[in-house]
Each structure stands twice: as C-alpha cells, then as structure tokens.
Design a protein around this ligand. Structure first.
Ligand SMILES: *Cc1c(COP(=O)(O)O)cnc(C)c1O
Length: 385
C-alpha cells in the first residue's frame, strides 16, 4: 500500500523535524524536564527560561509583549477563555457579543453556551465569499456591545478577513476585538498593533508545532480583563492555572519562530502548487470554486464537484487524505455549516472537498491528486448517468 498524499494541512500539520528535535530535549532526565514553576532550584529556573524564550518567540511573531501571551491547551481553550472570560468579566458594562455563523466550532459553541448563560449574541452572515464587511459590523453594533469575535482565516474556505477595518469599527463602538488566528500563523502578517487586535487565539498544531498547546494574546490595557476559567495555582498571571508543559511550549515557540522566517516563502511555493491543481482541473466541467481565490490564503482550496457526492468522491480518493467538512451521523449527511453559511446550495455543499497544502507538499503530490481526482470524477459521473 502506498502512503496517501496528505492534503489536509488545515486539519493539522505534521510537527517540523526541527521542532520535534527541540521538544525531545525537554522531556527526559538528561534534558530540561523540571517544573518551570519550581523556584527553589536551578533545574526549575532552566525550564522557566525555556518557557520564557518560547513566550518571546510567539510574542515576536505577532508584535506583542511577552507578558501578553497566556499559554493554553490549544486554540479551542483560547477561544473559550477569550469569549467567556471577557464577557463574564465585563458583565457590568454590557451583555452583547457579535460573531459570525462561519466561525470555528470553538467560537460558535462557546457563543451558544454564553447565550444559555444570559448573554446576547448577534450572528452575522457573511457574503458569498465568506467575508463580513465593516459596514455590516457597524450595522450590528449596539450600546451594550462589549466584544466582537471574527476569525482571521476561515478553516474551510481559506478566506481572509480585513482585520484592521473590522477592529476599527469594533473600537469605534466601544467594544474589544477578538480574533481566532489558528489558521493564519505563517500565512498572514499578524501584527496586533497594526491590526488593532485585543485578544487573539493561537494554536501550535496548525503551524508545524505540536497538538495540545496554544496561546491567547491578551492586550495589556485596563479595559481588557478576563475572568479565569481554570483555577489552580494562579499560573499565567491568574488567567490560566496548571503546570506548564515545557516540551509543548518550546515546540510551539520554535514553530512560530520558523513561521516568521519561512512562512512567506512557504506560501509562495504553495500558491504555485494550488495553481497547478486548479490548472489541472480546468478542462473538467461542473467544478465550482467555493474559495474566493483572490481573497484567500493559497494553502486552502474548497471545491464543489457538481453531480457527485463528497462522501463517494472521498471513498474513491482513498489515496488522498482530504476532508469534506461535512459532519455525518448514521441517519443523514449534513452539509458543512460553513458552506451553508455562505449560501451554497445544499447539493453543491454536499459535493465539496477541502484541499489544504503545506510545507511538505510537493509537485508530485499535486500530480498524484490530480490523476486520482480525474479518474474518480469520470467514474462517478458515468455511474450517475
Ligand atoms: C484548529 C482550529 C481551532 C482549534 O484549535 P486547537 O488547537 O485544535 O484547539 C480553532 N479555530 C480554528 C480556526 C482552527 O482552525
């Protein structure tokens, strides 16, 4: 059996070997294994130094101060802390949150939980390209709006939001601005000063770091206060207790440093690969591009194949690791809520696949995918006739 071609980088990336090597040196007895909170011996200080070095690497990538970085278990926890922590801490100022229907579930489900807790949520619906316009946000702002949460790059479509313009609208209305940037690290410039971001969720494993670690950027400003969700030893300035996982953290730090030095070159190479895939499909009928290519990162491409079912296509493409974005239960297959959210007809949404590329994708991978895809499409369409 040949190894499948991996075109699912938006689900997770492999750990860069340079990152893995560094992580391995922070686990065992002959490495830096001590508790970074152990203040009474040198081994603890060394671990603390490793954690603080990684904190600076993450801060540097986004133009932040290291004291503004709070380690979490991933972007999911960072989203929970940003939304729930901020709204609870600011109850007295207002109870209104604005977000969109195509956010990641970590934001969508947290916002639903907050609604159940008595907060008020406005759910914006994006245009067909997946974007929320500043005018649309301005329209939704209220006296009691305290927080706006919109993602930098959508994980199913790849579409990029105009963060600076949206932040300006949020601030003009007296609200703070949270961004889920899990898909944007190494893909976009994420300078929090230039963009006007107050809270930003980050993940290690979408950027060649390990799974199980992330961070929340929290602007140092009297108006940006959070109520902790996880209580314990008061780590991370009381915002997130728990022993810091040194090996995970140094891995995320190194991955983010590499995103800074290599991200732009990766993206340029990946853009050519994406174009190669698109050109290779150009002569086939019934292919609809769900991704607004000019407004999106080049590493994510969502395509609909009219006349076939995404699930059948996936079956026929067993040699290619990709995702449909649709969640199935035994009774029915539901189309992706993101594709539904941009107004894609149900049949097309069910016929969609997400291709996502990364640092280790080669031209040969694209050619193998093209061959498999053309073969599968011809076969399935012949069956359907
Ligand atoms: C993957 C992802 C998350 C969740 O990140 P974890 O670190 O896996 O918890 C949140 N938001 C977006 C946009 C993502 O792509």
């Amino acid at each position: 059996m040949t190894t499948p071609v991996y075109l699912d980088y938006a689900a997770t990336t492999p750990v860069d070997p340079r990152v893995a090597e560094l992580m391995a040196r922070h686990l065992t007895f002959d490495g830096i294994f001590a508790n970074p909170a152990s203040r009474s011996h040198m081994l603890g200080w060394q671990a603390e130094q490793a954690v603080e070095n990684a904190r600076r690497q993450v801060a540097d990538l986004i133009g932040a101060d290291p004291r503004e970085i709070v380690w979490t278990s991933g972007a999911t926890e960072a989203d929970n802390l940003a939304l729930t922590g901020f709204l609870r801490a600011n109850r007295h100022r207002g109870r209104h949150l604005i977000t969109s229907v195509i956010e990641h579930k970590a934001v969508v489900d947290t916002a639903h939980a907050l609604e159940a807790e008595g907060f008020d949520v406005t759910w914006l619906t994006p245009a067909h390209d997946g974007r929320i316009s500043p005018a649309q946000l301005r329209e939704a702002m209220r006296e009691d709006t305290v927080l706006v949460s919109l993602m930098a790059v959508n994980n199913e479509l790849g579409v990029i939001h105009d963060l600076a313009a949206l932040a300006e609208v949020a601030h003009a209305g007296g609200a703070a601005f949270h961004v889920d940037a899990a898909q944007a690290v190494g893909r976009l410039d994420l300078d929090v000063q230039r963009l006007g971001i107050d809270l930003m969720s980050l993940s290690g494993h979408k950027a060649y770091g390990p799974k199980g670690v992330g961070a929340l950027y929290v602007r140092r400003h009297p108006d940006i206060r959070l109520e902790a969700l996880i209580h314990g030893g008061g780590h991370e300035r009381g915002m997130r207790s728990g022993t810091l996982p040194t090996h995970q953290i140094v891995g995320m730090g190194e991955a983010f440093a590499l995103a800074g030095t290599e991200g732009a070159a990766d993206q340029a190479r990946i853009e050519a690969l994406r174009d190669r895939l698109l050109e290779g499909l150009a002569d086939l009928d019934g292919i609809h591009c769900n991704t607004a290519v000019d407004a999106s990162v080049p590493n994510i491409l969502n395509l609909a194949f009219a006349g076939v079912e995404g699930e059948s296509l996936l079956m026929a493409l067993r040699d290619i690791a990709l995702s449909t974005g649709s969640a199935c239960n035994s009774a029915s297959v539901e189309p992706s809520y993101v594709l539904k959210g941009i107004g894609l007809p149900r049949a097309l949404a069910l016929a969609s696949l997400r291709f996502s590329f990364g640092r280790f994708t080669t031209e040969a991978d694209i050619d193998r995918a093209l061959e498999a895809l053309r073969h599968a499409l011809v076969g399935l369409r012949r069956q359907a006739r």
